[in-house]
Ligand binder design. Structure first.
Ligand SMILES: [Zn+2]
Ligand SMILES: [Zn+2]
Length: 304
């Protein structure tokens, strides 16, 4: 990461500089070391869906965001509602370059000095996005799929997720013996997606649309085709069948994310998953917990 003299001058006072230096020192992209099983982690959604996506994972000392698809003020406010300060955010992981995932990436990176991690192709997409005011310069961090990197006690591996963006990454995040996986805007579950998702104790999986609602709904044919294609989104049934067929005892939390506002509703997404699991003898509430991340709503927090 290069720092221009102008940037250095801006950073010359106060906590902004301290935070920035702390974040720089904590980035060990190529280093691998023992993960400490020390603290409990908290996970919640600040918003999920085409209205904006942003998720938080952190402990009492630091946290990361996955996607930054809300305005900075909303992010700050919703974090604060769960007692988290924006200054404790050490990194933002971007899944892909659609605007509902990157709205604040430029601002948080360049104005708040939070490193923004994404693949080269996603960074190119962010750069090309006309709605992003602050071009990512010093805060852009480039990652490669399949190559683990570390932020504090989090070991993170990006994996390929098919979608009609420049590129799309799911993330497997390991911490203190636990694994959380997140894949959103999933055209289809490939072997690679399954490989990473099925390691997770805590899984965020897209459940975008109900197939009947989409087919009978008001969307034009081309859009229906786009959504249900292998580079579009995952339906309630696809997500539910995948987990019912591949359930393992290590899976403790499932969150359904990125629900469509027109072709889905939280009750339907929840009951579709619950029924598929129950047909395989897997009881929600006993063996695992199932929750739905609602659109543009701060979720409850889960600790593990
Ligand atoms: Zn999206
Ligand atoms: Zn998308």
């Amino acid at each position: 990461m290069s720092i221009s003299p102008v940037t250095l001058r801006i950073l010359s006072i106060g906590t902004a500089r301290d935070n920035f230096l702390k974040k720089l020192l904590s980035l060990h992209s190529s280093m691998q070391y023992e993960l400490f099983p020390s603290e409990r982690f908290t996970f919640f959604s600040l918003s999920s869906g085409s209205c904006g996506n942003c998720y938080y994972l952190g402990n009492s000392r630091y946290g990361i965001l996955i996607d930054a698809g809300l305005g900075p003020r909303v992010i700050r406010k919703r974090l604060a509602q769960h007692g988290v300060e924006l200054s404790s955010i050490m990194a933002i992981l971007i899944t892909h370059d659609h605007y509902d995932h990157i709205k604040s990436a430029g601002y948080l990176g360049e104005k708040m000095y939070i490193p923004v991690y994404a693949t080269r192709a996603v960074h190119r997409g962010i750069e090309a996005c006309p709605m992003i005011n602050n071009r990512l310069n010093g805060s852009a961090k480039y990652i490669e799929k399949g190559a683990p990197f570390q932020i504090e006690d989090l070991r993170i591996t990006a994996f390929n997720v098919p979608h009609d963006s420049n590129d799309n990454a799911g993330y497997l995040i390991e911490f203190g013996g636990q694994k959380l996986a997140i894949a959103t805007d999933v055209g289809m579950i490939t072997e690679e997606v399954a490989h990473y998702m099925l390691q997770a104790n805590h899984l965020v999986i897209e459940s975008n649309y109900d197939e009947e609602m989409l087919q009978n709904g008001r969307y034009p044919i081309y859009l229906k085709k786009r959504i249900s294609s292998g580079t579009g989104h995952l339906s309630n049934r696809q997500a539910a069948e995948f987990l019912a067929n591949n359930f393992h005892d290590g899976l403790r939390n499932i969150w359904l994310c990125h629900l469509s506002g027109d072709n889905n509703n939280p009750q339907l997404a929840y009951s579709t998953m619950k029924e598929h699991l129950s047909r395989r003898g897997i009881e929600v509430g006993l063996q695992l917990s199932l929750r739905v991340f609602e659109r543009n709503v701060l979720s409850d927090k889960t600790e593990f």
